[in-house]
Write a protein that binds this ligand. Structure first.
Ligand SMILES: NC(=O)c1ccc[n+]([C@@H]2O[C@H](COP(=O)([O-])OP(=O)(O)OC[C@H]3O[C@@H](n4cnc5c(N)ncnc54)[C@H](O)[C@@H]3O)[C@@H](O)[C@H]2O)c1
Length: 363
């Protein structure tokens, strides 16, 4: 049942989502629209397609505006912020591939750190003081712990993770200067899709996909899977990680948005995952076999150097402050990714990105 008074309040709030056409950003936009917020998507479509958000935009024609805009262009960003009377910025745009960040460190630094710094300066200039940021569990890096909470010291191991840490520091300085409100969410491993609006992981860079999409693709193309080590001290000998459904992540961002709207002059950093007990590599293989209804072949090799057996995030802080409680399990993560990948997305995704989304797109 709709809560009309809540929708009326939210309809007066204009939320700008950088990277709003991307995997997580588009799911956040869907959740925010469902709750009655006005959403302004800013994306340069460097790692996404306008078509991905077409169905969502059509479902909420009065709630969503889409701007094709690079966030590094501060003048362009400020024009949009002023024109759309933005109340909150959810910052999702950036480059996200850990491996690639070693090869393209300068480009990553520019799109991740410089862009975030510029955005914060523009907000300060225009008096916008509510900010939500997507950081990453990779900031903990080589911390020597299996179960990390927000007090765990950070030991980032890649340029990407170091850049996320630097962004967090930039946000802390901004918050002190502006007396604004900021929430940083350190995401674990988002998986799955919204199958109502067909919002899944459709990154242009297919070579750098997450573990679940990678495994499903291999199985669908008839290639065998390979497990790095079956002798870890875990329930089945394979490594255990923290996976969270992308729609649960979108819920966390929506709760964070409500919180920054209501509060003032603070900054919180929260882990955002699904916590214990996590899922093992064999759990994922078993679930893929279940969803695809086929036997999945795999071979086992030695452990990779540096692979930790268990790495999970403690989500008690976000649970107690934002009342975040992920509800979707591994089956829903694999099932929805599979539906998105095979039945829903592919026939609708021609290999081009110059489509116009009705009148909502401003270029
Ligand atoms: N997906 C994950 O596993 C994961 C995990 C932890 C943190 N994160 C972080 O969450 C955020 C979103 O991740 P995602 O998986 O949705 O990534 P994504 O690549 O699907 O989405 C990012 C969006 O930002 C856009 N973009 C990139 N650079 C831009 C620029 N300069 N100007 C305008 N738009 C730009 C891309 O076109 C894309 O649509 C990223 O900051 C990422 O580092 C992601």
């Amino acid at each position: 049942m709709k809560n009309n008074s809540l929708e009326n309040t939210n309809s007066q709030r204009n939320i700008l989502i950088t990277g709003g056409a991307g995997y997580i950003g588009s799911n956040i936009v869907a959740k925010l629209c469902h709750e009655g917020y006005n959403c302004v998507i800013v994306d340069n479509f460097s790692n996404s397609y306008p078509q991905t958000i077409e169905k969502l935009v059509n479902a909420y024609p009065t709630n969503i505006k889409v701007y094709k805009q690079d966030i590094l262009d501060s003048a362009g960003m400020e024009r949009i912020m002023e024109q759309e009377a933005i109340d909150v910025i959810i910052h999702m745009a950036g480059k996200k591939y850990v491996g690639e960040s070693f090869d393209k460190t300068d480009e990553y630094y520019s799109h991740n750190v410089v862009a975030t710094r510029n955005l914060l300066h523009s907000m300060e200039k225009l008096g916008i003081n509510k900010f939500v940021f997507s950081s990453s569990i990779t900031v903990y890096g080589d911390c020597g712990k299996e179960y990390v909470d927000e007090t765990t010291p950070l030991h980032p191991l890649s340029p990407y993770a170091m850049q996320k840490m630097e962004c967090e520091e930039e946000i802390a300085c901004w918050r002190e200067r502006s007396h604004g409100c900021a929430i940083v969410l350190r995401l674990s491993n988002p998986v799955g899709a919204d199958t109502q609006y067909m919002l899944g992981d459709n990154s242009k860079n297919k070579g750098q996909q997450g573990v679940v999409p990678f495994m499903i693709n291999r199985v669908l193309s008839g290639e065998p899977l390979f497990i790095n080590g079956c002798d870890h001290p875990t329930k089945d000998g394979t490594t255990v990680r923290d996976y969270v459904h992308v729609q649960d992540v979108a819920t966390a961002f929506t709760l964070a948005t409500k919180y920054v709207i209501e509060e003032s002059d603070f900054m919180h950093i929260f882990n955002c995952g699904s916590s214990k007990p996590g899922y093992s590599v064999k759990d994922i293989i078993c679930e893929i076999s279940n969803v695809l209804d086929k036997k999945v072949e795999y071979s086992v090799g030695p452990r990779r150097a540096g692979d930790v057996s268990i790495f999970l995030s403690d989500i008690s802080a976000i649970s107690s402050t934002l009342h975040f409680a992920p509800t979707r399990n591994l089956h829903e993560m694999v099932q929805t990714h599979y539906e998105f990948h095979t039945h829903l997305l592919e026939p609708l995704m021609p290999p081009k990105d110059d489509i116009t989304i009705k009148d909502n797109i401003t270029i």
